[in-house]
Design a protein around this ligand. Structure first.
Ligand code: NAD
Length: 259
């Protein structure tokens, strides 16, 4: 089923790397007009050039960056159909190791930045020509469901994303009918976010095995598999899907113990 996003204007935050880059690639293949935003300008520019997409520098934690980015999308494309709130950071720290600085860094990007994106995108989507319409896809994590001891702030941010998405979904359904909001929850993925931890560990191969075996399917999730979930939620096939949480976790949550 090609061209599932034909004619749709899509903004993907954190689109220079990992899941965001795979999503940009798939959305472009499916006929979307793709805008990638990130703080990694060289990588973002290079990917946009390769795909025939647009790159915008945007720090998602900054309110003025959201207003500037969406303002330029409205003036260039007259509206926005899809927002993938994908940008995120991880800081390894248990609750006992979590300084206020770590907490604020993680919450600012992963939760406050995502909230700003949802709010500002809705302000644009409600004025789309043809009436209010749009799909917001929030990339949370398996840690929106289970606690990661070594990521207290990260877990809190991803749990917040899961329920914020539902609040937004209900508000938009009642107020605008056709603006949807859903969350996506990947298991562990072999992206730069984890690769730094693998390389820093004493035994990177053992750590990769451990991360693979967290999923009952015995391997890590591929970025393209998360991009596929985002594609479904972005497309008109998901026109009645809002407020849901889509697990891309290789069966992790289905197996709370190793039996
Ligand atoms: P990644 O590090 O490859 O990509 C994250 C991107 O976000 C990077 O390009 C980075 O520059 C960008 N970014 C960071 N801070 C930003 C900011 N303030 N403003 C704009 N962009 C910013 O990691 P990834 O694994 O592709 O992560 C993408 C999303 O998936 C994140 O929200 C992450 O929490 C989530 N996730 C990742 C995993 C995993 O195992 N890698 C699992 C579940 C969920």
């Amino acid at each position: 089923m090609p061209d599932r996003l034909n004619g749709k204007v899509c903004l993907i935050t954190g689109g220079a790397s990992g899941i965001g880059a795979a999503t940009a690639r798939l959305f472009k293949d499916e006929g979307a007009t793709v805008i990638i935003s990130d703080v990694q300008d060289a990588a973002g520019d290079a990917l946009a050039d390769e795909l025939g997409a647009t790159y915008v520098h945007q720090d998602v934690s900054q309110e003025e960056d959201w207003k500037r980015t969406l303002g330029s999308i409205v003036s260039d494309h007259r509206g926005l159909d899809v927002l993938v709130n994908n940008a995120g950071i991880f800081r390894g720290a248990t609750i006992e190791e979590t300084s206020l600085e770590i907490w604020r860094q993680v919450i600012d990007v992963n939760l406050t930045g995502l909230m700003l994106g949802c709010r500002e995108a809705i302000a644009v989507m409600k004025d789309n020509s043809g009436g209010p319409s749009g799909s917001i896809i929030n990339i949370s994590s398996i840690t929106g469901f289970v606690g990661l001891a070594s990521g207290a702030a990260y877990t809190a941010s991803k749990g917040g994303v899961r329920l914020l998405s539902k609040s937004i979904a209900v508000h938009c359904a009642r107020t605008y009918r056709n603006i949807r909001c859903n969350s996506v929850h990947p298991g562990t993925i072999d992206t730069p976010m984890n690769q730094a931890a693998f390389e820093a560990s004493e035994d990177p191969a053992a750590m990769r095995d451990m991360f693979s075996n967290l999923q009952p399917i015995g391997r890590m999730i591929r970025s393209e598999e998360v991009a596929g979930a985002a594609l479904y939620l972005a497309s008109d096939e998901a026109s009645a899907v809002t407020g849901t949480e889509l697990l891309i976790d290789g069966g992790w949550l289905a197996a709370p113990n190793p039996l």
